[in-house]
Design a protein around this ligand. Structure first.
Ligand code: CP
Length: 346
């Protein structure tokens, strides 16, 4: 296949997805077809995960992170570099940008949109962020808004699952956390799984269960969804023994007097290495993924070296699927023939 043919095929795939110039604030902003087409584009881009394919030369990505991040910001920035584009970033806007001088988020987005072709924004206040996005003249991708959603984390975890099984439909997935009330990634993932036909179980303490609004929306998608509340470690491990994937979105840990009680609750949702080994002995892999970062005591680190581990495999997949998303939203040149050829396949 010639490079020119390959670029024309990318152009055709990207055009078919139909996301050029769109915001991505919720996983529900994507149709099922768009999600599956992004998976296909991501798979086609994987050979350039560690090199460069020159699909977005001259385009600029701005990353504006009002909350800390390792994976989301750096994988988006890596994805843009791999596509031949450039990156500008603000990692501490409340200290080093004019947000520290009370510039509004609306004005910041108005200004940055004139430098960048796409903006990735992480913000602690989902209401403020969702409103202010309307002021941006460039498409905005959420890198996580408050406690609401983290759509590209779900997209990459869905993509990893799709690359592992070749499908999402009918997979049994348990989303488990000590706090599913505030788990923005858990909410996005539950929507995505439900949309693509997985059987979803949500496991959490009853005092931190999935919000009614999220449950109602999942149910409205016609999905198979089950809620398991207040499990102990034994019953949790019995539950996950029947699963294809255990999805751990993590959560913030309280400090001070509530810290010990939190640790006790966290232990109830410990995926036992022995549970995974028992399934492996029967020729079956229960996959485990954690959105990371994970805290001490949250996971049995022996799982890292088992076939169940998907959380580090997902890191590599995150670059390809974020490359696909950036290409789809930034769009290719009208005439793909003007693009230089593919270089440096990894
Ligand atoms: N999973 C995730 O969003 O990680 P970061 O907070 O490091 O971006």
């Amino acid at each position: 296949m010639t490079d020119k043919t390959e670029i024309e095929e990318f152009a055709s795939l990207v055009g078919g997805i139909g996301l050029k110039g769109s915001n991505l604030l919720s996983i529900n902003d994507l149709t099922d077809e768009q999600i599956l087409d992004l998976f296909e584009l991501g798979r086609r881009l994987e050979p350039w995960n560690r090199s460069v394919v020159n699909l977005l030369p001259g385009k600029v990505l701005a990353t504006l992170f009002f909350q800390p991040s390792t994976r989301t910001r750096l994988s988006f920035e890596t994805a843009m570099h791999r596509l031949g584009g450039a990156v500008i970033t603000e990692t501490t806007p409340l200290i080093s940008s004019s947000a520290a001088k009370e510039e509004s988020l609306d004005d910041m987005l108005r200004v940055v949109a004139q430098y960048a072709n796409v903006i990735v924004l992480r913000h602690f206040d989902d209401v403020e962020a969702r409103r202010a996005v309307g002021s941006s003249g460039a498409p905005v991708i959420s890198g996580g808004f408050g406690q609401w959603e983290h759509p590209t984390q779900a997209l990459l975890d869905l993509y990893t699952l799709w690359r592992t099984y070749g499908r999402i439909k009918d997979l049994k997935v348990c989303i488990a956390s000590t706090d599913l009330d505030h788990a923005r990634t858990g909410h996005s993932m539950a929507y995505g799984l439900a949309r693509l036909g997985a059987k979803v179980t949500l496991a959490s303490p009853s005092n931190a269960r999935t919000p009614d609004e999220v449950m109602t929306k999942i149910a409205s998608l016609g999905a198979s969804v089950d809620e398991q509340l207040d499990l102990e470690q034994d019953s949790f491990n019995e539950l996950i023994y029947d699963m294809d994937l255990v999805y751990l979105p993590g959560c913030s840990a309280p400090k001070g007097p509530e810290a010990d009680a939190f640790k006790t609750t966290m232990e109830k949702y410990l995926v036992r290495y022995e549970t995974l080994s028992r399934a492996q002995g029967e020729g079956r892999t229960i996959y485990v993924t954690h959105t990371l970062p994970r805290r001490q005591g949250e996971m049995d680190l022996r799982i890292d070296a088992t076939p169940s581990q998907l959380y580090f495999k997902a890191i590599a997949y995150s670059v390809s699927i974020r490359m696909a998303l950036l290409v789809a939203i930034a769009g290719l040149e009208e005439d793909p023939g003007t693009l230089t050829t593919v270089v440096s396949r990894g």
